[in-house]
Design a protein around this ligand. Structure first.
Ligand SMILES: *Cc1c(COP(=O)(O)O)cnc(C)c1O
Length: 467
């Protein structure tokens, strides 16, 4: 800009655009070329507040200064979930292809609401959804949308379960059925998001306690038979890979009972659904093809960046009936002339949405599906080998044969405080991030594997510190 062509005020936020492109792309290039992302450290509130204090000003701050603050200070207090040494909770391991395409999605301001606005993007997302539906053996009619996470997927699916049942009851019993309390059957191992979902939906959980943690069709049938008002139970949720222990419920048994009793059958595979692509464990998912709705989080074990969950319905029109937003300004996205349309917004409780399935789609296409199978199998093998080493160690006890890629173990003699102190030491030394969990009322150790870069040597380094 020369002095005689001052920047018009409405353009002021673009004066740095050119510099920003190189600044940010340089940072991204560097981050993406790291062989292993650093674990980094937890942050202290006072220190972070000090860094941020007064940063938002009327006139703006030089972007180089802000990037420096981010790169050298703020980001150091962000634990890298995509480190191969991150074994806590559920890690992340997005492929470079997916991460990079996520930037393309951002750069293109894709509005992923409707076929009208984003046909090619929606079709590509649907191709990725198709890959998942086919692996689950769902019918050709199945479809849905990518949502922000498993919690959003569970909520969106169970709204459809509730409203579909409610509609049926009202058709049969008239208006009084609108006020009837409804219940959905869950096992005591269901994910916390299911409990929250039911509370949001004002549906009561019908909790079935399993002595062995794995929810079965027999247990569901017995609980329904013993209940005094089984008609109020309108759905059932099974988990295909519990987050805490990697247990896949008896999907065939539960699905069969659901069919017999007319219950909506939802399968929560947020973490474990990816095991569908691993031949060594595929048989555990037998019966998943009976699901009325199913979710899996590509941002967990399908190597996509946050935030991405696939939500699939056996009969998507049931979801569309519940979720379509009816607003005059949206009329243009819904036509009635019979031409093709698929509006992702119609299949969950959202409206505006990022086309967040595209990074997965791009990575799948570029890398090929076998690369996915191999990477998933790698974590399953790591879990088996880790279990064997734990089993062989005098001072360690394996608590359960790993079903998927989570390993639970006990260090004899350790209290909760010992596990915490151990975890802190490992993170301090940047060897690993590992947190304890609760298993049958006891604090125990837990490894969650999903990073293709994790090696048995990294695991042995961690196990060696328990001696
Ligand atoms: C992670 C997880 C969820 C929640 O998914 P978010 O993507 O974190 O919202 C739900 N169910 C199971 C089984 C999970 O592992």
């Amino acid at each position: 800009m020369t002095p005689d062509s001052p920047v018009p005020p409405q353009q002021r936020m673009h004066v740095n655009d050119e510099r920003l492109v190189s600044l940010i792309l340089d940072y991204v290039r560097e981050r993406l070329s790291l062989a292993e992302t650093p674990l980094d450290h937890p942050g202290e509130k006072a220190a972070i507040d000090g860094l941020l204090d007064g940063l938002i000003t009327a006139g703006g701050t030089d972007p180089a200064v802000v990037m420096d603050l981010y790169e050298h200070h703020l980001s150091q207090t962000v634990l890298s979930a995509d480190s191969p040494r991150f074994f806590a909770f559920i890690p992340a391991a997005p492929t470079k292809a997916a991460l990079l395409f996520d930037m393309v999605v951002s750069a293109a301001s894709l509005q992923g609401i409707s076929w009208l606005e984003a046909a090619g993007a929606v079709a590509a997302e649907n191709q990725a959804l198709r890959w998942i539906s086919d692996a689950a053996g769902l019918p050709e009619s199945a479809g849905g949308a990518f949502v922000s996470g498993g919690s959003a997927g569970n909520l969106s699916a169970l709204v459809v379960a509730r409203d579909t049942a409610r509609r049926r009851l009202v058709e049969r019993d008239g208006d009084q059925a609108r006020y009837r309390r409804l219940r959905i059957a869950v096992s005591d191992q269901a994910h916390s998001s299911i409990k929250n979902t039911l509370s949001i939906l004002d549906v009561d959980p019908f909790v079935i306690r399993m002595a062995d943690h794995r929810f079965t069709g027999d247990a569901l049938r017995a609980a329904l038979d013993a209940d005094t008002d089984p008609e109020s139970i309108v759905g059932v949720v099974a988990t295909s890979g519990t987050t805490n222990a990697g247990i896949v419920d008896d999907l065939r048994g539960i699905g069969t009972v659901a069919r017999e009793r007319g219950l909506w059958f939802h399968v929560d595979g947020a973490y474990g659904g990816a095991g569908l692509f691993a031949p060594s464990v595929r048989d555990r998912y037998d019966g998943i093809e009976l699901a009325d709705s199913f979710i899996v989080d590509p941002h967990k074990w399908l190597f996509a960046p946050f935030d991405c969950a696939a939500l699939i319905y056996r009969e998507p029109w049931l979801a569309k009936r519940v979720h379509t937003q009816d607003a005059s300004y949206l009329d243009a996205i819904h036509h009635d002339d019979g031409s093709y349309e698929w509006n992702p917004t119609d299949y969950a409780y959202h409206l505006t949405r990022r086309a967040r399935g595209l990074p997965l789609w791009f990575s799948l296409v570029v890398n090929g599906t076998q690369a996915y199978t191999d990477a998933i199998e790698h974590s399953i093998t790591l879990a088996r080998e880790t279990a064997a080493e734990i089993d062989a160690a005098e001072h360690l006890e394996l608590l359960r044969e790993p079903g998927l890629s989570v390993v639970l173990f006990r260090r004899t003699g350790w209290t909760a405080a010992d596990y915490d102190a151990w975890g802190d030491r490992l993170l301090g030394a940047q060897v690993a991030f590992i947190t304890s969990t609760t298993w049958e009322g006891e604090t125990v150790g837990r490894f969650a594997f999903l990073h293709p870069g994790t090696t048995m040597d990294m695991v042995r380094e961690v196990l060696a510190t328990t001696a």
